[in-house]
Ligand binder design. Structure first.
Ligand code: ATP
Length: 303
């Protein structure tokens, strides 16, 4: 199933003299988790709110589940779920009661107890919304977005303020949505979240899409050099390294950094060199560029 659920062509949103969204194209397929990344003020929320039908656009074509959200009716709204950046729990209602209330708005809602279990709020089902912790409230937000059994779910920074273990639980829930055949449009500032969850990522900066790809290939990540870093043992200098490694030195400060397309070969050359001299390299570190490295490079403001 690869039919597009979201199609955006030439989308523009102007606020006065500012092009908050400056002509973007997007296509999101059914059943995928799509992550939309970008610095503060890049245009993410503006785009998401246009797709949700909450904000008018200046120009461009938008189709969400085959419908233009600017002219969508209640039936379309039932097919779309959203977790917004800000939310306030229903005053005076428990988790279960909030879900019962929201379930009443939909023709074919999900099972309430199962939804509570899905977001891991079983032990808090009878707790009043305002008495939940920040992370638990966010889980309730996710449950409320899911209760109508939508096909497409917008999650705007869904794990902000979560502790590391709650974040893992949330990731589990979000991956579970993919298994249920749902399409997820996720915005996040956490690169590990995008790396773990997304099938595809688009990066927006200054209202323009600057890169698109899988977590592994975004911005040419798969073609970028790996680095080998280590501190030189006492009594040695970078000049003592074998010729083939000297040619790779990218930084010879306190720690030496080598940039290489063949990390295995060069780690072996380095290990052979050290072992032959009875030297140790206790802080040896070999790594590929992380998604965060690539993201920072893509979104760095031009000097
Ligand atoms: P964040 O990561 O901080 O949530 P974002 O990528 O979601 O940022 P947007 O909220 O879409 O960014 O804002 C994009 C730009 O549009 C910003 O420069 C913002 O100041 C501006 N903007 C947003 N809403 C309005 C508005 N209602 N009127 C005028 N300018 C706005």
């Amino acid at each position: 199933m690869t039919d597009p659920v979201v199609v955006v062509r030439g989308l523009r949103k102007r606020y006065g003299g500012l092009d908050a969204v400056a002509g973007i194209d997007l296509e999101i397929r059914r059943g995928e988790i799509f992550a939309f990344l970008g610095p503060n003020g890049a245009g993410k929320t503006t785009t998401v709110e246009i797709l949700e039908g909450f904000r008018e656009r200046t120009e461009g074509e938008v189709s969400v589940l085959g419908v233009d959200p600017a002219h969508a009716g209640p039936q379309w709204r039932n097919r779309v779920g959203a977790v917004l950046q800000e939310s306030s729990p229903e005053f005076g209602l428990t988790v279960r009661e909030s879900l019962e209330l929201y379930a009443g708005y939909y023709e074919a809602p999900r099972d309430i107890e199962e939804t509570i279990r899905l977001v891991g709020l079983d032990e808090k089902a009878d707790t009043l919304g305002p008495q939940l912790s920040g992370g638990q409230r966010r889980r309730l937000d996710v449950a409320l977005a899911l209760i109508g059994d939508p096909e497409l779910i917008f999650l705007d920074e869904p794990t902000t303020g979560f502790d590391p273990s709650a974040r893992r639980t949330a990731w589990h829930v979000i991956s579970g949505l993919r298994e249920l055949g749902k399409t997820v449009f996720l915005t996040t500032h956490y690169m590990d979240e995008a790396e773990n969850l997304a099938d595809r990522i688009a990066v927006i900066a200054g209202g323009r899409i600057v890169a698109e790809g899988t977590p592994g290939t975004l911005g040419g990540r798969n073609r970028m050099a790996a680095t080998i870093a280590f501190s030189l043992p006492e009594g040695t200098s970078a000049d003592d390294l074998p010729e083939e490694l000297r040619a790779l030195v990218a930084d010879a400060g306190e720690r030496v950094t080598l940039a290489t397309d063949a990390p295995l070969v060069h780690v072996r050359a380095l290990a052979d060199w050290a072992l032959a001299r009875g030297l140790d390299l206790p802080d040896l570190d070999v790594r590929r560029p992380t998604l965060e490295d690539v993201y920072l490079e893509l979104t760095e403001a031009p000097a």
